[in-house]
Design a protein around this ligand. Structure first.
Ligand code: GLC
Length: 722
C-alpha cells in the first residue's frame, strides 16, 4: 500500500494496481509520500481479495453523498450499490441508479469525506444491517481511497472538487427551457410542438430528437423520410432560436454496409466475448456491438463520428443506454425460449410458473451478462464487470473529446445517462427514467446536491416525469423545482399523456408560461452561479448544513441552497396549498409568479407555514445577499443583459459578483469573461450602491429593489457609466 498526502485535507491510500489505466482523481501534482499511516477515521481490512471499510456511527452522525441514488439526502439506514444500472423504477428499495458516485461525507465532531476510486461494484451498508455501523465492501483490492479531513462539509467537498479539476461548462443557451418526448419522430411533429410554444408565447431554447429520428436506430444517421433536408431544417430552427438535440445510443447496430459497424469490426473496436469475437447484445435496433470505450483509439474514432451531425448544424447531444443497457443476450434468450417451449401444455404450478416468468423478466440487464464481455486495456483483456462503471463515462468522454477536435472553441451541450465521478469534467447528466410521481420531485431535490458534490454540475430531471401520466398540477410543481436546475427539460415516454406546457388546459398553460418566464428572468443569476462553480471547483446546489451550522439545518432534506444567495423550498405534495419551511436565518421571501417582484416578506429564523397558490414559487434571499434578474425573452439569445433588476435583502452590506461570458465559446478559459461587482451598503437608513464593471460587460441600467431590516423597501434606477 502507498500513502500519499495530497493537500491539507486529503490523504490518498493506494491499494494494489488500478484496474483501469487511469485514476479518476486527477490533478494530483502537489503530493507527498508518507512512510507511516496516520490515524484514520475508518478501519480498513483486506479480506479475501476485497477491501472492507468500517466505522461506527454515533446517534447524531449523518452520511451525505453517493451522488445519484435513491432515498434522502442523509443516506443512513440504506443499503446501496455502486453499479451503473438501467432500472427505470426508482423506488426506495433500489440500490443503484444510472450513476456510480463513490463520494461520501460523514458528519460528527470531526467530519470527514471518503472517495473510493474503483470502477467495479462497491456495497455500502450505511446503518442498514447494524444501526450504528457503516460497512463498505469494495470487490477488489485494486482500489484507491481518498480520505478528506480537517474541514467543514463544504471545505471537504471543495477539496474533493479541486482534485478533479474544472467541470464542463454548458453553453448559455442550455439554461433555456428545453422540450423533449419519446418521440417527436417527424419534422411535422417537431413543427407542431414549436408552433405550440410560439402560439402560447412560451419561451423555449431546444427540442429533442429521440431514437426515432435515426434510420433504423443507427447512430449518426438521420431518417430522410421523417426529416427531409435535415441540415436545412436544423439551421431554419436555429434562426428561430431553437436548437435540435439528437440522442446517441451506446450500442452500434449490426448491419452490413453501415459504416460505424463495418469500421468497428474491421479495426477490432468492439468489446469481445470469451472467444475474442465481437460481443453481441440487443438493445433498440436488435443486435448490437458495444464500442470498447476504454480504449483511447476507439474513443477517438467514435468521438469524431459526431461530426456528421455537427456538420449539419447540431450543437448538442444526449448520450443514452450507456450503462450499457442490455435487453437480452442471444444465449440467455434462447434458453428462456426453450424453457417456454418445454412448458407448453404443462400444468404450471407455483414453482414452474414463477420460474418461467422470472426467466423472461430477468432477461433485461441480467447481472451475469455483464461478465460475458471484455475490454482490451493496453493489450490485456479485462472483464467488463470489474470496470463496469467506466463505460458511460468513457462514451461521453469520447464525445466530449471528439467535439473538441471537431469545433475546438465551441461549447456543445452534452449530457449522459450513465456516469461515474470524473464525468463532470466532460459533460453533465440527466437523472434517467423517473416517473410522473410526486415522490420523484422530492427524490430529485434530494439527489441534486449530492450529484454536484461529485463535480457533475450540469444536471436535471425529466421534468413532469418520464413514465406514467402527469397531470397539470404535477407538471407545474415539478417545473417550479426544475427551474433552478441547470438542465430544465420536460421529457416523457412513449404512450404516456402529452405533457408539454400547453398540453393541459388554459390555467396550466398560463401558469407554465409564467414559470418558464421566471426561469428566463433568473438566468443571469443561475448562469453566473453555475459558471463560478465550474471555474472555482464549487457546488451549485447545497444542503442547508453546508452554509448553516445550527444543527437543525442538517435535518432539513426538502430544501436546498442554490448558489450563494438563494434558498429554495419547492412544493412536492399534490393539492398542497403551501408547505412548512425552515428558515435558518432571517431571509427575504419572494413569492414569485413571473419576473414581477410583487409579494415579498421578511421571514424570521424558524419554522413557518407558507401559503402558496399553485402559481407561486417561494424564493428565499439570504440576509445581506443580492439576486439579479433579467426581463424574460423567448430564448436565451434574446435576453437583454444590458438591463437587470437587483433584488436585495440588505441589513448591513451585500456584495454580488455577477459573472458573465459569451456563453458559446471557450474564451472564458483564457480570461475572456466579465465580473460585475455589485455592492450595496445599508447605513443610517440609507443605501449606497456601487457597481464596478470588470471585463467588457454591457450593463447599462440596473433597477434596484432593496429591502432593509424593518421591511423598508427602496426602489430606484441606476444608470451605469460604460
Ligand atoms: C431510454 C432513455 C429515455 C429515452 C428512451 C428512448 O429509456 O432513458 O430518455 O426516451 O430510452 O430512447
Amino acid at each position: 500500500m502507498k500513502i500519499i498526502k495530497v493537500n491539507n485535507h486529503c490523504l490518498w491510500l493506494r491499494y494494489g494496481q488500478p484496474i483501469a489505466t487511469e485514476s479518476l482523481a486527477f490533478d494530483t501534482q502537489n503530493t507527498e509520500e508518507l512512510s507511516a499511516l496516520p490515524s484514520l477515521p475508518v478501519k480498513i481490512e483486506i479480506m479475501e481479495n476485497k477491501i472492507k471499510l468500517s466505522f461506527g456511527l454515533d446517534e447524531a452522525a449523518k452520511v451525505f453523498g453517493l451522488g445519484q441514488n435513491v432515498r434522502g439526502m442523509n443516506k443512513r439506514g440504506g443499503l446501496y450499490e455502486s453499479f451503473c444500472t438501467d432500472d427505470p423504477i426508482h423506488t426506495p428499495d433500489k440500490k443503484s441508479l444510472y450513476g456510480a458516485h463513490n463520494f461520501l461525507l460523514i458528519t460528527g465532531e470531526k467530519p470527514f469525506g471518503l472517495f473510493i476510486d474503483y470502477p467495479g461494484k462497491i456495497i455500502y451498508d450505511i446503518g442498514y444491517t447494524l444501526h450504528d455501523e457503516m460497512n463498505i465492501t469494495i470487490s477488489d483490492i485494486n482500489a484507491d481511497l481518498f480520505i478528506f479531513q480537517n474541514g467543514t462539509l463544504k471545505e471537504l467537498t471543495l477539496s474533493f472538487r479541486s482534485l478533479m479539476g474544472n467541470s464542463y461548462a454548458a453553453p448559455k443557451w442550455a439554461f433555456g427551457y428545453q422540450q423533449s418526448r419519446w418521440s417527436y419522430g417527424t419534422k411535422e411533429e417537431v413543427d407542431r410542438i414549436i408552433s405550440g410554444f410560439e402560439e402560447n408565447e412560451i419561451p423555449c431554447d431546444a427540442v429533442y430528437l429521440d431514437i426515432d429520428y435515426m434510420d433504423d436506430f443507427k447512430d449518426f444517421t438521420v431518417d430522410e423520410q421523417k426529416f427531409p433536408k435535415f441540415e436545412e431544417y436544423v439551421r431554419e430552427l436555429k434562426n428561430k432560436g431553437i436548437r435540435l438535440i439528437p440522442i446517441i445510443d451506446a450500442g452500434v447496430k449490426i448491419e452490413e454496409g453501415y459504416d460505424v459497424y463495418e469500421e468497428g469490426v474491421e479495426n477490432q473496436y468492439f468489446c469481445l466475448n470469451s472467444q475474442q469475437e465481437p460481443f453481441v447484445a440487443a438493445v433498440w435496433p436488435g443486435k448490437v456491438h458495444f464500442p470498447d470505450f476504454l480504449n483511447p483509439e476507439v474513443r477517438r474514432w467514435f468521438g469524431l463520428k459526431y461530426k456528421t451531425l455537427v456538420d449539419m448544424g447540431v450543437e448538442g447531444f444526449w448520450n443514452d443506454m450507456n450503462e450499457p443497457s442490455i435487453f437480452y443476450t442471444e444465449d440467455r434468450l434462447q434458453r428462456t425460449i426453450d424453457m417456454a417451449k418445454k412448458s407448453e401444455g404443462e400444468n404450471l404450478n407455483i414453482h414452474s410458473f414463477f420460474e418461467l416468468t422470472h426467466a423472461f423478466k430477468s432477461l433485461f440487464n441480467h447481472p451475469d451478462d455483464y461478465q460475458k464481455f471484455y475490454h482490451q486495456i493496453e493489450g490485456t483483456l479485462i472483464n467488463h464487470k470489474s470496470v463496469h462503471n467506466l463505460y458511460g463515462y468513457n462514451m461521453t468522454r469520447s464525445a466530449a473529446e471528439g467535439l473538441e477536435k471537431i469545433d475546438p472553441n465551441r461549447r456543445f451541450l452534452l449530457f449522459s445517462r450513465a456516469s461515474t465521478v470524473g464525468l463532470g469534467r466532460y459533460a453533465g447528466i440527466w437523472t434517467g427514467d423517473n416517473y410522473s410521481w410526486w415522490e420523484h420531485i422530492l427524490l430529485h431535490l434530494q439527489m441534486m446536491p449530492a450529484i454536484n458534490q461529485c463535480g457533475i454540475l450540469y444536471t436535471g430531471a425529466d421534468t413532469g416525469g418520464f413514465s406514467g401520466n402527469a397531470n397539470g398540477q404535477l407538471l407545474v410543481r415539478w417545473s417550479q423545482f426544475s427551474l433552478f436546475s441547470p438542465l430544465f427539460r420536460n421529457h416523457s415516454a412513449l404512450n404516456t399523456r402529452a405533457q408539454e406546457p400547453f398540453a393541459f388546459d388554459e390555467t396550466i398553460t398560463r401558469i407554465m408560461r409564467n414559470v418558464i418566464k421566471l426561469r428566463y428572468a433568473l438566468i443571469p443569476y443561475l448562469y453566473s452561479e453555475y459558471m463560478k462553480s465550474v471555474t472555482q471547483h464549487g457546488v451549485y446546489f447545497m444542503p442547508l448544513c453546508f452554509a448553516f451550522e445550527d444543527g437543525f439545518s442538517s435535518e432539513v432534506d426538502d430544501q436546498m441552497l442554490v448558489g450563494e444567495s438563494l434558498m429554495v423550498a419547492p412544493v412536492y405534495r399534490e393539492n398542497a396549498k403551501g408547505r412548512y419551511v425552515y428558515v435558518p436565518e432571517d431571509m427575504l421571501m419572494w413569492k414569485a409568479v413571473t419576473d414581477k417582484i410583487e409579494k415579498t416578506e421578511i421571514m424570521k429564523k424558524g419554522i413557518h407555514y407558507v401559503d402558496l397558490s399553485l402559481e407561486e414559487v417561494p424564493i428565499f434571499i439570504k440576509k445581506n445577499s443580492l439576486l439579479i434578474l433579467a426581463r424574460p425573452a423567448m430564448n436565451v439569445d434574446n435576453l437583454d443583459l444590458g438591463e437587470l433588476t437587483v433584488l436585495g435583502y440588505v441589513t448591513d452590506e451585500a456584495t454580488y459578483i455577477y459573472y458573465d461570458d459569451d456563453g458559446i465559446t471557450r474564451n472564458y478559459e483564457r480570461g475572456d469573461y466579465s465580473e460585475v461587482i455589485i455592492k450595496v451598503v445599508y447605513e443610517h437608513n440609507q443605501y449606497t450602491v456601487t457597481i464596478k464593471n470588470n471585463g467588457n460587460h454591457t450593463l447599462r441600467k440596473v433597477n434596484l429593489i432593496l429591502v432593509g431590516p424593518d421591511d423598508s423597501r427602496e426602489e430606484r434606477e441606476l444608470l451605469i457609466d460604460q
